[in-house]
Design a protein around this ligand. Sequence first.
Ligand SMILES: *[C@@H]1O[C@H](CO)[C@@H](O)[C@H](O)[C@H]1NC(C)=O
Ligand SMILES: *[C@@H]1O[C@H](CO)[C@@H](O)[C@H](O)[C@H]1NC(C)=O
Ligand SMILES: [Zn+2]
Length: 270
Amino acid sequence: MALKQVALVSTMAVCALARCGAELSPELKANYKIPTPAASIASADTIEVNTYIHVVSNGSTIDDGYLTSEQLDKQKAVLNNVFADYSIHFNFLDTDYTENADWAHGIMTQDMTSALRKGSYKDLNLFFLGSMGGQVTGQCSFPLNLTDFPDPSTMVSRDGCMIVSNTIPGGPHLTYNLGLNAVHEVGHWFGLIHVFTDTCGGNGDEVEDTPEQATETYGCPIGKDSCPDFPGVDSIHNYMDYSDDGCKTEFTPGQVSRMHNAWSTYRESQ
Ligand SMILES: *[C@@H]1O[C@H](CO)[C@@H](O)[C@H](O)[C@H]1NC(C)=O
Ligand SMILES: *[C@@H]1O[C@H](CO)[C@@H](O)[C@H](O)[C@H]1NC(C)=O
Ligand SMILES: [Zn+2]
């Protein structure tokens, strides 16, 4: 029971610090195994994800959280353009608008997700907000084995990604303004953890083909190598680092396998 209580509060990738900080707790991580694929991913196996958008604002500007349908269209296009390379496609079914000054600024967000969330556990819900406190730009929930939890419906009601609206493509955020913040958050929704998780020589991000990396990246420092005694340099171009949007260009094959496996293991049949 103690273990489950720890797990309950640590199932979010809380994008704190400069953007998307905390990770799975050691307790949850020990139980968080995404199976290795039996075969490599074929392009025919495109994952179709029904997706709902919720715009939560307390006014009519981006800083209040508000986005027009034209602005949202640009974010949808970036998500589908990026994930098309990895055989994942989003069907954007519906967008709703809510005015709530607390929710729009990251307060009482569990009330928000349970009030607004649509679909089942295999459906992606994106919540666009004005702010989330400090420099935080997003937060998302990992795919979970719902049968591990005493009250699965609560876990479903919390599921989804929160994205600060100013990070949309062409938005006013200084370093995250190409819409890749949403790509990063959706990576968490598919089970990816940060490439800089853990110390050099640890379990890292549980993906084989990302080099050991001990620190998050800001800007785009070519050649950065936080684990010089290990092969490879830091994954500064990876969507699961904190580099500027202009620096981020890829998921690795190992990450793509993990996303597809997380989907088929934890979400597809829900
Ligand atoms: C919305 O809330 C934020 C944060 O509390 C505040 O700075 C902003 O002025 C509010 N917008 C409106 C239109 O009231
Ligand atoms: C999910 O949890 C249940 C109960 O703990 C377990 O029986 C099942 O094997 C788990 N499924 C996966 C895919 O780990
Ligand atoms: Zn993150």
